[in-house]
Design a protein around this ligand. Structure first.
Ligand code: NAG
Ligand code: NAG
Length: 442
């Protein structure tokens, strides 16, 4: 979807100044009417609020570098595994999972998950303050008046909701699913596939958790009238076929998703979005994996802060894991076992901190470089701060660092402390959808 849309903020500002009487304006792939103008302004304030924290001195945050020691539980686990015994304890191997997976009663206390985000999306609570909403109907046949019990009916509600599924299902979305603020979509306990139709869109919204879904084979859809909240429906043009599109939104946590083979990107985070964590996901079979910032000509994404942690970038991936612009990107403890062109790329002077990842290069001798700079000369990109610390390189992989040391870091509480890359297989072993059963540790 890159480059296809005008800057929303610029447009909003121009419309506010120049055309106060204008009721609606066709923009991007939706009609930018009064309702969306209001939502855009609210979302922008929320994004600045999420970003507001003052940076800290880098030394305070980084002098510990990559955590050298293994935690006690991991040492115990290692020994057990070495002894070849079936391990019956908690299988959670990273700090996000350890927050909830070891409890047998996850099913009775699903909202415990809302306190488990780490990284820039740490404060995301999703629908923790709301009721449970049980989806029992996979049908998506009425975009203007979705019927109760469907996912589309759940996500357009005004109040916070913790959305769960009564049974396993394949949801074929007729058009994009427009998710309103303060929602958790929690697929634990069922096999929920969003597939063969449109994808998920979080536009001018905040505070959304998406956990435990299979999202694949998403296709472009022609658009039309779609209800985006209980009080508004509007016209949207063609959707690009992204798995998840995060547009002008903040506080979003994507966790334990299995994603593959979408028509456009698997995940887009664009148009001034920030405070986002993408963790524990399993990505396969896709060309452009993750786009974080879509414009070179406009710096609205300089507030963008995204954490990419504990993910497994697996078979059949080509490039953009992620592809970054402007903001601050913490890529920590991911396992990169497959890419065809490059792993981490960018333009427009993004700051990229890569820590404790494992990078295994492809056999192609021209594709060993992990990093890829676009639309710039070495003189330019040498000013961009891209750093690799404690990353493990395999099969000739190499990371080309650039720029001055990071001087100002985001607050320490938003920085996941990297574990040694040597533990990466354990840290990411459960990437993707978990098989959770009631009254069993997940
Ligand atoms: C790990 O092993 C040590 C030594 O055997 C033991 O004292 C400790 O309680 C174990 N920790 C866990 C979490 O099992
Ligand atoms: C090897 O990588 C280069 C650079 O990404 C690419 O242009 C080329 O097509 C690749 N070759 C094969 C055989 O995939």
């Amino acid at each position: 979807m890159e480059g296809k849309r005008l800057s929303i903020w610029v447009l909003a500002a121009c419309m506010a100044v120049l055309a106060p009487g204008l009721q609606s304006e066709f923009q991007g792939n939706f009609v930018f009417d009064k309702y969306w103008m209001h939502r855009a302004n609210e979302a922008r304030e929320a994004a600045f609020e999420a970003y507001r924290d003052k940076p800290e001195e880098a030394t305070k945050v980084l002098n510990e570098d990559v955590d050298k020691g293994l935690e006690e539980t991991e040492m115990n686990n290692t020994r057990r595994e070495l002894r070849g015994k079936i391990y019956r304890g908690c299988m959670a191997k990273n700090p996000i999972d350890r927050c909830w997976r070891c409890k047998k009663n996850w099913n009775d206390q699903r909202k415990r998950l809302a306190n488990c985000a780490l990284g820039f999306g740490k404060k995301t609570r999703g629908g923790a303050k709301g009721k449970h909403y049980v989806v029992h109907d996979a049908w998506d046949g009425d975009l203007m008046n979705p019927r109760p019990g469907t996912l589309r009916h759940a996500v357009i509600q005004k109040e916070p909701l913790w959305i769960i599924f009564a049974k396993s299902m394949v949801i074929n979305l007729k058009q994009e699913l427009l998710i309103a603020s303060h929602k958790t979509i929690d697929g634990r306990g069922a096999n929920v596939h969003i597939a063969y139709g449109a994808g998920l869109t979080i536009q001018f919204a905040k505070n959304v958790i998406i956990h435990g879904l299979y999202i694949h084979d998403i296709v472009s859809k022609p658009g039309g009238y779609i209800r985006d909240s209980v009080e508004h429906a509007g016209f949207r043009t063609r959707s690009d076929g992204d798995g998840i599109s995060i547009f002008g939104s903040s506080l979003v946590w994507l966790d334990h998703l299995s994603m593959r083979n979408c028509a456009d990107g698997l995940i887009d985070v664009i148009e001034g979005s920030t405070a986002v964590t993408i963790s524990n996901c399993h990505f396969t079979h896709h060309y452009d994996v993750m786009l974080l910032g879509a414009h070179d000509h406009n710096d609205m994404d300089s507030i963008m802060q995204v954490t990419v942690a504990f993910n497994h970038f697996d078979k059949g991936l080509e490039q953009r894991m992620p592809r970054c612009r402007w903001g601050f990107f913490h890529v920590v403890n991911n396992d990169y076992t497959h890419w065809m062109m490059y792993a981490i790329g960018g333009s427009s002077s993004p700051t990229i901190l890569s820590q404790g990842n494992r990078f295994i290069a492809p056999h192609n001798t021209s594709a060993k470089e992990i990093t890829h700079r676009e639309k710039s000369t070495p003189a330019e990109w040498n000013k961009w701060t891209w750093k690799s610390q404690g990353d493990m390189m395999g099969n000739g992989a190499f990371f080309v660092e650039s720029g001055p040391p990071i001087k100002k870091m985001p607050k320490k509480k938003y920085i996941i402390k990297a574990k040694p890359a040597s533990t990466i297989v354990k840290l990411t072993r459960f990437a993707g959808v978990l098989k959770c059963r009631s009254n069993k540790k997940c």
